[in-house]
Design a protein around this ligand. Structure first.
Ligand SMILES: N[C@@H](CCC(=O)N[C@@H](CS)C(=O)NCC(=O)O)C(=O)O
Length: 207
């Protein structure tokens, strides 16, 4: 059975749980990282020398790097679901949003989560947090614009291109912060919230 290593409150782990749920794959979720540890142990490091989560074991196939895992599972088990688009151009656009989420959005987003959710209220530095919120907002405006002209980041139908951003957007809308109005982003998020796989894998306590 597919094994998914990683604490479920990590956005990168949520991506993998979500695609597994979308595909209806049976899997075992193994807590690791953060307070669970394990990811600094030799056995784990032998599988992922980066010492981070997520990691999957699909029989004897081991893979780390969350977007690569989402692509692999969608390609290997997606059949004609469209989760892994066949058309090279549609797939390239999905890839673009997946990689942009990781390369550009993740760091400023993490700064907001660290400041708001993972820092005790009496230690929070709102000047710094607000700077990070502004950076994230400036980036999300690009996503809002994209979603003005198409229903999904994967194109006309839901697909792997929606998965990384969908995991971050959950945190964005659930954190107790003031947010600029982004109607297309909000509409897309409301749409994702209707998906049983999103409810189960992503909409878990935001800690
Ligand atoms: N680029 C990697 C980043 C993985 C990463 O930074 N994972 C974080 C959690 S989101 C981690 O393992 N942090 C250490 C820990 O949780 O102990 C990926 O997308 O898989």
């Amino acid at each position: 059975m597919l094994k998914i290593w990683g604490r479920i409150n990590s956005a990168n782990v949520r991506k993998v749980l979500w695609i597994a749920e979308e595909l209806g794959l049976p899997y075992a979720s193994i807590s690791a990282g953060g307070a669970y540890g394990i990811n600094d142990q030799p056995d784990y490091l032998a599988k992922n020398p980066n010492g981070v989560v997520p990691l999957i074991e699909d029989d004897d196939f081991i893979l780390w790097e969350s977007n690569a895992i989402v692509r692999y599972l969608a390609a290997q088990y997606g059949g004609d679901s469209g989760l892994y688009p066949c058309d090279a151009r549609i797939r390239a656009c999905a890839d673009k949003w997946m990689d942009w989420t990781t390369s550009t959005l993740t760091e400023p987003f993490r700064a907001v989560v660290r400041g708001v959710v993972r820092t005790a209220p009496d230690k929070q530095n709102w000047a710094e947090i607000n700077d990070s919120i502004k950076t994230v907002e400036r980036l999300l405006v690009m996503v809002d614009r994209e979603l003005a002209s198409r229903p999904y980041l994967s194109g006309d139908t839901f697909g792997m291109g929606d998965i990384p951003m969908g995991c971050f957007v959950y945190g964005w809308f659930e954190m107790p912060i003031e947010r600029a109005e982004m109607p297309h982003l909000r509409k897309w998020y409301e749409c994702l919230k209707q998906r049983p796989a999103y409810q189960k894998a992503v909409m878990t306590p935001f800690t």
